[in-house]
Design a protein around this ligand. Structure first.
Ligand SMILES: [Zn+2]
Length: 343
């Protein structure tokens, strides 16, 4: 597995706490870009090349996670969710509390089946009734190690399941960050190209708003992940996207509440994929949106395209994707930017 991809998947950075992953991305972008900075909001903004037009590649770097809310007298830690997480994926998870004093390992406690009533067995416990056990005997012992407000991430993991099928923490959207870094490395065009790792996407597409206002691009290309439907329990009419079937070109998000890609860009993206024989699928979704939704209505309206890597088990502790789809995202992005500059 590529070291950079692995490092990105493993790095901590829930919304608002992106410093560590931002530094990793900044260091990597410095190798290929003319300038790289981290702005007041926490976005990483890199720039490469010169020309009349401005192109922005936006990939959010924050991941979903938890934050410490309260510690009870027995030393158990209560938490809030940051971003969309199903309560059902939490029980029994191994987590790391990123404290000022270092990493603190914990386990989200569960009630053994031996002790559950029949009613409890059929019911999902809600996150506000869950707690994290870090092996301390009381509140004082816990507060000597961590603080209220510390971020909590799922225990980092990343690797190859089989062949081209990869797994990891925070695939949403470190996969996109990896693509953005690779595009900035490879792209050579007559334009100012901005590679941006946005902050706080999972909690309201926030960094996209501030960074696209600053860059004010002629064309924005968003790379994110989307839900693959190729697993038991998801009907094809709900999601027909399959991992390994190509990068998905998103056209409408959240039934139109998110981005509605303009006809001009829709045509350009589909033509680019066909002309270059890049394996792709089309994504029209009822729920979920990307940074694109804020970027395309920023300022006077910004032409926006969205590419999404089909991913299984989004917003869980490990997600699964096909590396070939990610490579297709890199290739299609470069070709689409080249085509846009000729329009
Ligand atoms: Zn995402």
């Amino acid at each position: 597995m590529d070291k950079l991809l692995k490092d990105l998947l493993m790095a901590p950075g829930i919304s608002g706490y992106e410093e560590e992953v931002a530094q990793l991305i900044k260091t990597e972008l410095e190798k290929s870009c003319d300038s790289v900075k981290i702005d007041n909001f926490g976005n990483v903004i890199s720039k490469k090349g010169n020309g009349k037009k401005k192109i922005m590649i936006a990939t959010h770097m924050d991941e979903i996670g938890l934050a410490v809310k309260y510690v009870n007298e027995q030393g158990f830690i209560y938490f809030i969710k940051v971003g969309g997480i199903s309560d059902g994926v939490l029980p029994g998870q191994r987590v790391i509390i990123k404290s000022q004093k270092g990493d603190v390992y914990g386990i989200i406690g569960t009630k053994p089946p031996h002790l559950q009533t029949q009613e409890e067995k059929n019911k999902i416990v809600t996150h506000d009734n869950m707690f994290i056990d870090i092996g301390c005997a009381n509140r004082d012992e816990v507060l000597a190690k961590i603080d209220i407000g510390d971020q909590i991430i799922f225990e980092p993991n990343a690797g190859i399941l089989n062949g081209d099928i990869y797994y990891g923490k925070a695939v949403d959207n470190r996969a996109g960050c990896y693509a953005m870094i690779k595009i900035m490395e490879k792209i050579v065009v007559n334009a100012e190209v901005y590679g941006v790792a946005t902050a706080q996407e999972e909690v309201g597409l926030k960094g996209a708003k501030t960074s696209s206002f600053a860059v004010n691009p002629d064309f924005a290309l968003i790379i994110d992940t989307t839900t693959a439907g190729d697993v038991p329990g998801i009907e094809a009419k709900v999601s027909s996207l399959k991992i390994g079937s190509g990068i998905s070109i998103t056209l409408i998000e959240a039934s139109g509440r998110g981005t509605i890609v303009s006809n001009k860009i829709r045509k350009m993206m589909l033509e680019t994929a066909r002309e270059n024989n890049i394996k792709h699928q089309i994504d029209v979704i009822d729920g979920g949106m990307t940074d694109g939704a804020n970027i395309y209505m920023n300022r006077e309206g910004i032409l926006t395209a969205i590419l999404s890597v089909p991913t299984r088990y989004l917003h869980a502790s490990s997600s699964v994707f096909d590396i070939k789809d990610l490579q297709a995202a890199i290739e299609l992005s470069i070709k689409a930017i080249e085509k846009f500059l000729k329009l």
